[in-house]
Design a protein. Structure first.
Ligand SMILES: Nc1ncnc2c1ncn2[C@@H]1O[C@H](COP(=O)(O)OP(=O)(O)O)[C@@H](O)[C@H]1O
Ligand SMILES: [Mg+2]
Length: 253
């Protein structure tokens, strides 16, 4: 292993060469009970890329992220999920998290009664895994300023930053962001975009789900559009931005 890889293990693919897909969803099917919500989804993400996962309300975006994070619901019935050569489809959620899949859910789940710093330290799983507090505070200066403040008293944008920061305190190979811009003012959206761009510059692979498709596409290299649990489009972010028909049909923008 090179020195660089030793310094920065999370940013180096270990199982495959950088040219091969780092993350693969191959024909995944998932159900909430009888309800068939992820209907044979296929896509790949290259190492260090940001993928925008788009589609109307109810298209299956959250369900797809939950399936990737290996939560029990929806239940994965068929298909394969691979991260850096590891069979994620065979894992439980704690194993997926240990492997480096970190989901930042839509509701952010900041723990009440804990300070910003306590929310972060509670996310730590083992010494030397993930970012330490100094590194997090370097990338999230607003959180550094408010480290002793109770997490749930932060603004919506700051709580989103805290939720992302918490993911960085764990083993992070694939960051899953579910509607990080929801309910936030454009100026805060830009600030969070800046942070996600910094994370991208560090080589961390990200899937971003957003209703604000334009903002997500500004960050993204490529896009997948879901429609009723199926992939309706795969291509570059620019192909979506340039295709008015596609945007109108699936994104209403
Ligand atoms: N817990 C659940 N139980 C049953 N059906 C669900 C549940 N959560 C979501 N669904 C259904 O699954 C489909 C996909 O939902 P979801 O993945 O949340 O869509 P999106 O995130 O794209 O808005 C929708 O039809 C939704 O009603
Ligand atoms: Mg959703």
């Amino acid at each position: 292993m090179s020195t660089l890889a030793m310094d920065n293990p999370a940013t180096k693919p270990t199982g495959q060469s950088a040219e091969k897909p780092f993350f693969i969803c191959h024909d995944i099917h998932a159900y909430y009970g009888e309800s068939y919500v992820v209907q044979g989804v296929n896509f790949e993400v290259r190492h260090g890329e940001v993928l925008a996962l788009l589609g109307r309300n109810g298209a299956g975006k959250t369900s797809t992220l939950r399936t990737i994070a290996r939560l029990d619901n929806p239940a994965l019935q068929r298909g394969e999920i691979w991260l850096d050569g590891q069979p994620v489809h065979a894992m439980k959620s704690f194993e997926a998290a240990r492997t480096g899949i970190q989901l930042v859910p839509e509701d952010r789940r900041i723990i009440q009664g804990l300070t910003v710093e306590e929310n972060l330290t509670l996310a730590q799983v083992a010494p030397g895994v993930g970012w330490d507090l100094d590194r997090v505070f370097g990338h999230f200066p607003r959180l550094a300023e408010r480290r002793r403040q109770e997490g749930t008293t932060l603004s919506g944008g700051e709580q989103q930053m805290l939720a992302i920061a918490r993911a960085m305190m764990r083993n992070i190979k694939l960051l899953l962001l579910d509607e990080p811009y929801e309910g936030l003012a454009p100026v805060i959206v830009h600030e969070i975009e800046g942070i996600v761009n910094e994370i991208k510059a560090l080589g961390i692979t990200t899937i971003i789900v957003e209703q604000n498709a334009v903002a997500a596409l500004r960050l993204a290299d490529r896009a997948v559009i879901l429609d009723t649990g199926e992939v309706a489009f795969t291509g570059t972010a620019n192909e979506v931005l340039d295709n008015a028909e596609l945007r109108q049909q699936y994104l209403a923008i």
